[in-house]
Design a protein around this ligand. Structure first.
Ligand code: LIP
Length: 281
């Protein structure tokens, strides 16, 4: 797997794709087909683990690979010149200024265990900026969509982040990495968060956590160690739902730390996290 280079390949002009709706339609059709395939073709005894990444519990299944192949095929057939960044196969460069950022299965461990919270996450970026996004959660029947300036939606209904939630009443989602040292550090941070919020949720898929923030089904979310493909689509969902997605001190959200919340909760959640040194292992 090639790592994210951080910016869109050849992403120089908005004119290449001002039609965000067409990008969204392609993303939604592809995510739905992929979600159905992942349900229909999931082996009865569970998918085979074909590789591990950061630790023995950080797995890649044959279905992650099959899903990314299908997504690349469908998007490549419809838009052959676009760039692509996928969790399983890495970077493919392009010429159109559009880059697709794809997690074929976000929440792979949930998929492995046949738990429902896994998603197909597809975002289209223009000039490095997400403009269309879908997070398809097939086992829940949820299709989360957003376009830049067009709002965030769940199954076609407008969603918004929660508002007026004080930190002490905030339900906050988080996630943990796979490496033991990182988990020990994350446990330390969690010990500082837990007494100061309503409660914590750990659902196992960053893309869905971000959609839950966008829909006001949790109030906030933070996690260290997420990758570009985990958050590309969910980030647009949250910002289009009235929220903020950033790292510490205004740096862009990403691998170091991602914090998401409604506009008024974001500051208090950020300020709770900052002294806990959440971007260090
Ligand atoms: C998952 C993330 C999740 C994190 C998991 C895992 P994957 O991504 O979405 O937030 O807590 O440990 O990294 O590996 O299922 O694509």
């Amino acid at each position: 797997m090639t790592s994210d280079s951080g910016s869109s390949d050849s992403a120089t002009s908005d004119s290449a794709s001002s039609d965000y709706t067409a990008l969204l339609d392609l993303a939604v059709a592809t995510a739905r087909e992929t979600g159905r395939m992942l349900i229909d073709k999931r082996p009865a005894g569970g998918p085979d683990v074909v590789a591990t990444k950061s630790s023995a519990t950080d797995v890649v299944t044959q279905m992650d690979q099959a899903a990314e192949r299908l997504i690349r095929e469908r998007i490549g057939a419809a838009r052959p010149g676009d760039a692509f960044l996928g969790e399983e196969e890495g970077v493919t460069s392009g010429t159109t200024g559009v880059r697709w950022v794809v997690d074929p299965i976000d929440g792979t461990v949930n998929y492995l265990y046949d738990l429902p919270d896994w998603a197909v996450s597809i975002a289209a970026e223009v000039a490095g900026r997400p403009v269309a996004a879908v997070v398809e959660v097939p086992r829940r029947g949820w299709t989360f969509t957003a376009t830049l300036g067009g709002g965030a939606h769940l199954n076609g209904e407008r969603v918004r982040c929660s508002t007026d939630v004080p930190l002490g009443r905030a339900l906050v989602a988080t996630g943990f990495g796979y490496a033991p040292e990182r988990r020990a550090a994350q446990a330390r941070v969690l010990a500082g968060v837990l007494p100061n919020v309503r409660d914590i949720r750990r659902n196992g898929a960053a893309a869905i956590d971000l959609c839950m923030v966008a829909a006001g089904r949790v109030d906030g979310y933070y996690e260290r160690g997420v990758q570009a493909w985990d958050i590309a689509a969910g980030r647009l969902l949250v910002t289009e739902a009235g929220g903020r997605v950033e790292g510490l001190g205004g740096v862009p959200a990403g691998n170091e730390l991602t914090i998401a919340a409604g506009a008024d909760l974001f500051g208090p959640l950020h300020d709770l996290l900052a002294p806990l040194d959440p971007a260090r292992d």
